[in-house]
Design a protein around this ligand. Structure first.
Ligand SMILES: [Zn+2]
Length: 165
């Protein structure tokens, strides 16, 4: 399996887990909320002997629930993975940040100057501008690729922790 496919699989798993967690929390919170609202209403109605119909209380409760739901969704959307292009040396690295401790870096970097993903050559991976205009000297030898990738990941780890992504 290629790195990109592994990355896609991990994102799908993460998103599915996050969505199922959110759904369970949402259903539990809604049931708890409605039960509390009806309970409080019945208590107040009995104590004060109010003539407010139940449907009106349910309507108000549902309106408040809808407002809470919107706030909850706004809050939850911040928990989804973020994509950043982080610069280390002459390259930018596509990084998917799940949270401050979990991230994935794509194996192929992007040329910082030309903003183009590296392509594979016979001896190296390089910026496509190298082939087209023979100008860009941004490349990584195949034998150095793993080491450069590890170094970039180390710097990215530091950036994520220090910048609090
Ligand atoms: Zn370039």
């Amino acid at each position: 399996m290629t790195t990109i496919n592994m990355l896609k699989t991990n994102i799908k798993k993460w998103t599915a887990r996050l969505l199922s967690e959110l759904l369970i929390q949402l259903i539990a919170a809604s049931i708890l909320y409605l039960l509390s609202a009806v309970g409080i209403f019945l208590l107040i109605k009995n104590k004060l002997q109010l003539q407010v119909p139940l449907w009106r209380v349910l309507l108000i409760s549902l309106s408040i629930l809808f407002g809470c739901l919107i706030l909850f969704l706004i809050y939850s959307s911040r928990r989804f993975p973020k994509i950043k292009y982080l610069t280390v040396g002459d390259q930018k690295w596509k990084t998917i940040i799940f949270d401050s401790r979990h991230f994935e870096v794509e194996k192929n970097p992007i040329c910082k100057e030309h903003n183009l993903p590296f392509i594979s050559g016979s001896h190296n991976i390089h910026c496509p501008e190298r082939r087209i205009k023979l100008k860009c000297k941004n490349f990584i030898l195949h034998e150095d690729h793993d080491k450069t990738y590890e170094i970039a990941k180390s710097y990215i780890d530091k950036m994520i922790r220090e910048r609090n992504y």
